[in-house]
Design a binder for this molecule. Structure first.
Ligand SMILES: Cc1cc2nc3c(=O)[nH]c(=O)nc-3n(C[C@H](O)[C@H](O)[C@H](O)COP(=O)(O)O)c2cc1C
Length: 186
């Protein structure tokens, strides 16, 4: 059986964001497992305007084509005002069938591990028929990042080793459910 394709979706698009550092960490650990094709998917690359505000048929087609090629997702979720970013919500709204009957895991961060944003995302994923797995990697801005509270300095991601347990557990679940749900789409 061919390997599943899992997209590691960066949820933030702002200049100076730390999500690429988090996404690369997830990809490095995931690649060491050798059990799927993992790729970082950066919403910023797709230049999606706010849904309905401009003719974005080309961008929408490219975004949907990327999602259609993926069997499962790991969302890199940062907490903005107790929820997900506007950019991630917009990108979620830009597709429907390309999300359906796939699995997802969440890696979140914030002052309380991005927990409030992660729970909001779970509610949205239910509407898109994405099965979100139980195990969740919740990173703290206080202990897993350097300078996260100092806007004068660059924030550096330095995750505690303890997160590897949840990250690998989450990936195990995402792969199991992504494989099972693929049978519904064939
Ligand atoms: C507009 C905005 C709102 C934020 N609101 C919260 C919040 O409600 N809770 C929290 O824990 N962190 C909050 N933060 C801090 C972010 O989680 C932190 O800056 C994080 O690094 C953002 O991810 P990014 O660097 O990938 O964009 C907020 C940041 C911004 C820019």
């Amino acid at each position: 059986m061919s390997k599943l394709n899992i997209g590691i979706i960066l949820g933030s698009t702002r200049q100076g964001r730390v999500s690429p550092q988090v996404g690369e960490w997830v990809k490095k650990i995931a690649d060491q497992r050798g059990d799927a094709n993992y790729e970082v998917v950066d919403i910023a690359d797709y230049k999606l305007p706010l849904l309905g505000e401009a003719d974005a048929s080309e961008q929408a087609a490219a975004w949907n084509a990327k999602l259609a090629n993926l069997d499962g997702f790991v969302f890199i979720v940062q907490e903005y005002n107790h929820s997900i970013t506007g950019a991630l919500k917009n990108a979620l709204d830009y597709a429907r069938e390309a999300w359906n009957n796939k699995a997802a895991g969440i890696v979140s961060y914030g002052s309380v591990g991005g927990a409030r944003a992660a729970e909001h995302l779970r509610t949205i994923l239910g509407e898109l028929s994405v099965a979100d797995v139980r195990i969740h990697t919740a990173l703290s801005l206080f202990t897993d990042f350097e300078n996260a509270m100092d806007y004068e300095k660059e924030t550096v991601f330095k995750p505690a080793d303890l997160h590897l347990v949840n990250l690998n557990g989450m990936l195990d679940q995402v792969l199991a459910w992504s494989g099972a749900l693929k049978t519904l789409r064939s």
